[in-house]
Design a protein around this ligand. Structure first.
Ligand code: TYD
Ligand code: MG
Length: 456
């Protein structure tokens, strides 16, 4: 065995340095260097057999001469997963699922593993015992005839089992618990995570077996061993949501086989994760009587139109500096909209506390929700409820102008589908818009005060 050698690794981006550094020259993070033992020579030797013949036959080819066939995808029963993967699981793809502890990553993967009838799935867990996983499977109330469990953390042993079993799909829970005997540092360290991922990638590509990796998220909200991993895998899915709320969002942040603007929504119930196929219905609370300070915005999450409820409360401030607090919406943008309301709308908000909340625990970054935010604040300030059958889709500019937003047709269709009577949009969105088939009334405006005159 070669002499043990140590190298310093940046835990944030994987930058290597022979000596300790305070600041990483690659990602500019401070205090991220950790010493790790590495054995330099051929780290992946013997891990998964590489057929060298491939390398010799590869020649440069004209792109036009390459036959393109859409890769066959394995379409699962889980529509939300199919959607975020771009239409199903691609053979030989390496998919990373990241998320905070307790968010439901293991539940999601086990549920998918159990639902893949007729396919041999190997679920490798380095975190839980067989009994624990069995208990979870019992809760999920699904029969998985061809789902195999393996509690193992050494990649070499895992590959040995894989050779015997020849699974169609492999799930690794989690990549941070694996270790490869070709590297000496401890499990979860950058070099281990990178090595194990590299071995699994080689396995996935050579056998065309899809591999799912579960990855933990660090305190800062990034994947542990983050950049390194994200570069290596084909698809990165982020599983997010508030642990105290039942809704979970599966978001694509990188996808070599599809769009990154996709989103799946689940609900955590007693028997696992339930797909939510029409999220707008649950995001809008069923209002019996009209309340002031509530308005509905038509946003777009990825390519998916969502109608969400914006709630605000404006009340006189008891302290010198009024409070501004927003949940699910950018605080800076809220301050900007408040200034616009003050200057262009004539609302005196300087002495008022303003609280803004996006219902359902969602975070919205789409500027198309601006008009809904403005109307909700104005409605709370004036204490006049807005008509619950109206929704909004427009951006508000600094001059109080109503600006156009992208994909207005999708928003209008979604609003119509959910039974809204009127949607307020920007005048500039009307160009090229075909409204002949829409039953919903579309009202277009160019100034914020015109909207207020209309609804209050
Ligand atoms: P888990 O999959 O263990 O999370 P992770 O692998 O991301 O750490 O899920 C944990 C939570 O999900 C746990 O707090 C319990 C809850 N849960 C349910 O509400 N219903 C269920 O059917 C299951 C299996 C879990
Ligand atoms: Mg888990």
């Amino acid at each position: 065995m070669a002499k043990a050698k140590s190298t310093y690794f940046c835990q944030s981006c994987g930058y290597q340095s022979p000596k300790w550094l305070g600041k990483c020259p690659s990602c500019n993070q401070w205090n991220t260097f950790v010493e790790e033992l590495v054995q330099k020579e051929e780290p992946t030797k013997g891990s998964w057999k590489v057929s060298s013949s491939n390398k010799l036959t590869a020649k440069p080819r004209k792109i036009d001469e390459i036959n393109f066939e859409e890769q066959p995808r394995l379409v699962t029963q889980d529509k939300e997963l199919n959607r975020v993967l771009g239409g199903g699981i691609v053979a030989g793809s390496l998919v990373l699922i990241g998320g905070e502890p307790g968010i439901g990553k293991s539940t999601l993967m086990l549920q998918i593993a159990l639902s893949l009838q007729g396919l041999k799935v190997l679920y490798v867990s380095g975190e839980e015992s067989e009994q624990q996983i069995k208990m979870r499977a019992e809760r999920l109330e699904q029969k998985g005839a061809d789902c195999y469990l393996l509690t193992e953390t050494s990649t070499q042993n895992i590959f040995k089992q894989i050779e015997g079993l020849e699974p169609d799909i492999v799930v690794i829970d989690s990549i941070q618990t694996l270790h490869s005997s070709f590297i000496e540092s401890s499990a979860g360290s950058i070099s281990q995570v990178r090595e194990c991922t590299a071995e699994l990638m080689k396995f996935a590509k050579e056998t065309a077996t899809p591999v799912f990796l579960i990855g933990h998220i660090t305190k800062e909200g990034t994947l542990a061993g983050p950049k390194v991993l994200e570069h290596m895998v084909d698809t990165v899915l982020q599983f997010e949501g508030d642990r105290h709320l039942v809704y979970r969002i599966l978001r694509t942040t990188k996808n070599r086989f599809g769009s990154t603007s996709e989103l799946g929504i689940y609900e955590m119930v007693g028997t696992g994760l339930r797909e939510v196929s029409n999220p707008s219905e649950i995001l809008i609370s069923q209002r019996e009587e009209s309340l002031s300070g509530v308005s509905i915005g038509a946003t777009l999450e990825g390519n998916r139109p969502l109608l969400i409820e914006v709630q605000s409360l404006v009340s006189p401030s008891n302290y010198g500096t009024p409070q501004r607090s927003s949940t699910g919406f950018d605080a800076k943008r809220l301050n900007m909209l408040l200034a616009v309301l003050e200057k262009r709308g004539g609302f005196r908000l300087g002495t008022q506390d303003v609280f803004l909340n996006i219902a359902g625990g969602l975070r919205v970054e789409d500027p198309a929700i601006d008009l809904a935010v403005c109307c909700s604040i104005a409605s709370s300030h004036e204490d006049i409820p807005t008509n619950p059958k109206i929704c909004f889709a427009a951006e508000v500019g600094l001059g109080g102008e109503i600006r156009a937003v992208t994909k207005i047709e999708n928003r209008i269709t979604e609003a119509e589908k959910l039974g809204f009577q009127t949607i307020y949009i920007s005048k500039y969105n009307l160009k090229g818009l075909n409204l002949s088939n829409t039953k919903i009334q579309v009202k277009a405006f160019s100034k914020l005060d015109e909207v207020f005159r209309e609804i209050f």
